[in-house]
Design a protein around this ligand. Structure first.
Ligand SMILES: [Zn+2]
Length: 632
């Protein structure tokens, strides 16, 4: 009845000759030259969207916390463009129970191929040229890496367990069998059953109250790529903060989150004034438990955010501006595949900076730009200036696309756009960007497509512009071009003045630090001397209370400075931070510092052993590699 074939020929089957008239068949003609073509231009999907592409998903799911499992049906509406006899989906870590084909739910035939590293398993379902519906009945497993199941002890309120997903880059396939490529968009409806007293939320039209029967219906009527599929389930409450903005959080975190993000509506209004209407209806933020591996994830209508941006003084809310900006750059106009990731992130850092400038002023935005520059320099030095990893356009075929999620896409991308802005003038650039977002709304964009578009629509307007910018050098060459804009920040210059005083012997308590924002403190911490004595660290800590700071950015920057100098007083705080916080941006530099202090990695591994169960799979993968975890 259900055919499940594993074949040793899976590799051969991925190589299709260019003249294959019969789809799915491997042709071999001895005397004709074989042209090997990729199935698709996205190296990270098995799908062949040029033949059969998904259009709409109806997802029915039961979220079972007892077994840490989602039991679900993915009903896909497909478009068969070529009369193909099979449709291909991406899956990873899923147990496929059976599939049905057509409106009458007739049992179908499928092949689930052996797993390929990073990519997962290709799911091939047999169809006819007229098939419009394919249903996949399946369940998630402990290898469904997008999902993090938290016990109630791992939440803020400790009353209910919690579940959240992180689908980007290619983890949507670990909880929904799908065509997992950012170049493929679909609409979706979902019906999700969760335990009583818990709320379910998705990247969709969301509820604001808990349903007594635990059943929730969702709708996303705009086509989105699979990496924006998101689900969260927990004891969650909602509060509106503006016309079309609101916050979801665990009850004990709600008031604090609302206070922190009170400028959110102003951010949305500023963003709309810059680049046109917000097209997704509501903009809400869900504050997650601290194990969330990223700062934020721009799931449409519902940004997922780390609680580590709750600093108590709104000083880390540029992250919200960033995720909001993705509603245009990324969610509306999407990178075609993960080699074009800078089109999502470089644009978003630029847009984020413009929103921050609008809401908090130019000197504030300049500090953020300089922090971005420091991150970029550090990453470039880490990779080496000649490393292909420092190119904007990447080649991630055969690698985990997560490898491309570095500061290069974000900060080198930002500086390229800043250069274009300075070259053509802000007014001209803004009008170009607005038209760009409009023209390609709900579409995907390749690097080459963008280069052709901007050359035609903007840079050819004046003869010297193309040469002044030199897009090719920025995009296709490694390193940082000479014409990278220089940002000047008066506020950072003042910080540098105080650092000079400190180094020439002035006591920390004598420094002029009043009214410093988090960013000035970060600039101060990052530029402290590499080597410090115990007495110096104690004096700084006594005066400024770094080890006891409630601000995670300050804590992380301080730890990175003092760990190599063996500052014993901070050890308990470092351990407790690493055990409770799962945000990879902090984990990587802190563990690296621990390794610098103890190259045997023993100290780092001792803490990691306790912390690892609290981390999401994407953080675990990075830290496992860093600490050689699986080799022991
Ligand atoms: Zn982003």
């Amino acid at each position: 009845m259900i055919k499940q074939i594993t074949t040793a020929l899976f590799f051969a089957m991925t190589l299709i000759s260019c003249d294959s008239g019969n789809k799915g068949e491997v042709k071999e003609k001895a005397n004709e030259p074989q042209t090997i073509v990729m199935e698709t231009n996205d190296p990270h999907t098995f799908a062949k969207p040029d033949e059969v592409v998904v259009k709409h998903l109806d997802w029915t799911a039961n979220v079972d916390f007892d077994s840490s499992m989602i039991i679900a049906t993915a009903k896909w509406t497909i478009e068969n463009k070529t009369g193909a006899s099979e449709v291909i989906f991406d899956t990873k870590g899923l147990k496929i129970d059976y599939v049905t084909v057509g409106n009458n739910d007739e049992i179908g035939t499928f092949i689930l191929e052996p797993e390929i590293k990073y990519m997962g398993q290709k799911l091939i379902v047999s169809i006819t040229p007229n098939t419009e519906i394919v249903r996949i009945y399946y369940r998630t497993t402990e290898n469904s890496d997008a999902l993090q199941w938290l016990t109630k002890e791992q939440t803020a309120d400790k009353t209910h367990p919690f579940l959240f997903t992180q689908s980007q880059a290619i983890l949507a396939r670990t909880w929904i069998p799908c065509q997992d490529s950012p170049g493929i968009r679909f609409t979706y409806n979902a019906r999700v059953k969760v335990p009583h007293q818990m709320m379910a939320l998705m990247s969709a039209y969301n509820p604001t109250d808990t349903m007594i029967n635990g059943v929730y219906d969702f709708q996303m009527e705009y086509p989105i790529p699979s990496y924006l599929m998101a689900l969260s389930v927990g004891n969650i409450q909602y509060q509106s903060v503006g016309r079309n903005t609101g916050i979801y959080a665990e009850p004990s975190m709600l008031a604090k989150s609302v206070a922190e993000f009170e400028d959110m509506q102003e951010m949305v209004d500023s963003a709309e004034a810059l680049y046109g209407a917000y097209r997704w209806g509501k903009y809400d933020v869900l504050v997650l438990p601290p194990s969330f591996p990223f700062g934020g994830m721009e799931n449409p209508r519902l940004t997922f955010a780390t609680p580590t941006i709750l600093a108590g003084d709104k000083s880390l809310t540029s992250l919200i501006a960033h995720e909001l900006a993705h509603s245009w750059s990324g969610n509306l106009v999407t990178n075609y595949n993960w080699n074009d990731f800078w089109l999502n992130e470089g644009f978003t850092v630029y847009f984020e900076n413009r929103i921050m400038e609008q809401v908090y002023g130019a000197d504030y935005a300049n500090m953020l730009a300089l922090i971005s520059y420091q991150d970029l320099k550090a990453e470039m030095e880490d990779f080496g200036m000649e490393s292909p990893r420092t190119k904007l356009k990447l080649d991630l075929a055969g690698q985990d696309p997560d490898e491309g999620m570095t500061s290069i896409a974000y900060d080198k991308g930002f500086y390229l756009l800043k250069l274009i802005e300075q070259t053509v003038g802000r007014e001209e650039f803004d009008s170009f960007l607005k038209t760009y977002f409009d023209t390609y709304a709900f579409k995907s964009m390749t690097t080459e497509g963008f280069v052709a578009y901007i050359n035609k629509e903007l840079l050819s307007k004046k003869s010297e512009w193309k040469e002044k910018v030199n897009l090719n050098e920025w995009i296709y060459n490694p390193g940082l071009p000479e014409n990278c804009p220089k940002i000047i920040s008066d506020r950072f210059e003042k910080v540098e003045g105080e650092l000079t005083k400190l180094e020439s012997g002035t006591a920390p308590s004598e420094l002029a630090t009043s009214n410093w924002s988090t960013h000035e403190w970060l600039h101060f911490l990052r530029n402290l001397p590499t080597e410090m004595t115990q007495e110096q660290m104690i004096a700084l800590d006594k005066t400024f209370g770094f080890t006891k700071s409630g601000n995670s950015e300050i804590l992380a920057a301080w730890f990175v400075k003092v760990i190599p100098n063996n500052y014993k007083e901070a050890k308990p705080a470092i351990e407790s931070f690493l055990v409770s916080v799962g945000r990879r941006k902090f984990l990587t530099p802190i563990y690296k510092s621990l390794i610098t202090a103890d190259p045997s990695k023993a100290a780092a591994r001792e803490i990691y052993k306790k912390a690892r169960p609290n981390y999401h799979a994407v953080a675990v993968q990075t830290m496992d590699d860093l600490l050689d975890w699986n080799q022991n």
